[in-house]
Design a binder for this molecule. Structure first.
Ligand code: KIV
Length: 300
């Protein structure tokens, strides 16, 4: 077996059969969604008129709810912690990314869906990256992949983009490298590291990434990168100087008690879900639920 082939084993199809015509109906229709060139084209002469909106999505229903509001949906490998309760993104597998990627594509119709390449699926060689990225695209129907790394990954990004795979780069704080970085703190506080992050972003840009996620860096670095590269820069914990923003949806919805400093909570779903579950439990215990409204009776 080479790099997770054959493709067909366990593949989750995004394509459905139209029962009235018995024809396979590709969903989405290629070209009808926001495309990688359209995202790339939002930055003109170094400026992005309207900031690009991106959120993570891991499930069909969440994709349906977010899609009308987003330019891009990212099936992030953050699903390792958010969905699977894993300690980091390191154990995330191709199977997880393909299953959740396909669900998000099925739940969306407008936004470009990008799927993260999991740790260990692309670093060894451009060929390994191509095999895994093409599998992700075939099994999910997504329009792009994202991979972490700067100068070291530039040849891989070039290899993929020249072979029909749009790539989003990811520099700065790269969570898959947590064991090398020693933690999830903001990057670029030392001059030398700040220069390296800028060089990483330039390398990824020149390699053909159609946009670049910049995570957890000081505002000055985000500003320098955004000015220096031609691709739109999507920031997370990288200030307002970027061409767009991304957040982990579960963080911004307030599903977790502890979130990084750069997260703004737009809701407090954790306590609202807790309140709803408490009310349900109380009604079940005192026989207040179900009532006649929720009960099947013979038709009169
Ligand atoms: O995995 C993820 O959700 C990400 C975002 C935080 C950018 O890479």
């Amino acid at each position: 077996m080479v790099y997770g082939w054959p493709l067909e084993s366990g593949a989750m199809s995004t394509f459905t059969i139209d029962s009235s015509t018995s024809r396979a109906t590709p969903s989405p229709v290629p070209g009808k969604r926001t495309t990688a060139p359209a995202i790339r084209g939002r930055k003109v002469d170094g400026k992005t008129e309207q900031p690009i909106v991106m959120l993570t999505a891991y499930t069909m229903r969440m994709a349906q709810l977010l899609d009308p509001h987003c330019d891009m949906l990212l099936v992030g490998d953050s699903l390792g912690q958010v969905i699977y309760g894993l300690p980091s993104t390191i154990p995330v597998t191709m199977e997880m990314m393909c299953a959740h990627g396909a669900a998000v594509v099925r739940g969306s119709w407008h936004a470009l869906v990008a799927v993260d390449m999991p740790f260990g699926s692309y670093e060894a060689s451009p060929e390994q990256a191509f095999h895994c990225a093409s599998r992700i695209m075939k099994e999910t129907g997504c329009a792009a992949v994202k991979l972490e790394g700067g100068e070291a990954m530039a040849p891989t990004i070039e290899f993929l983009t020249h072979r029909g795979i749009p790539v989003i780069g990811h520099v700065g704080l790269t969570p898959q490298a947590v064991n090398v970085l020693g933690g999830y703190g903001a990057r670029g506080r030392e001059d030398q590291e700040a220069k390296k992050i800028l060089a990483d972003a330039k390398a990824v840009d020149q390699a053909g990434a159609f946009s670049i996620v910049v995570e957890g860096v000081l505002e000055g670095i985000a500003n320098d990168i955004t000015k220096a590269v031609s691709a739109p820069v999507i920031g997370i914990g990288a200030s307002s100087k970027c061409d767009g923003q991304v957040l982990v949806t579960d963080d911004m919805l307030g599903l977790f008690e502890r979130t990084p400093r750069f997260v703004k909570r737009y809701d407090d779903l954790a306590s609202r879900i807790g309140d709803a579950a408490k009310a349900y439990a109380e009604e079940v215990r005192d026989r207040g639920f179900p009532t006649a409204d929720q009960t099947y009776r013979p038709k009169s």
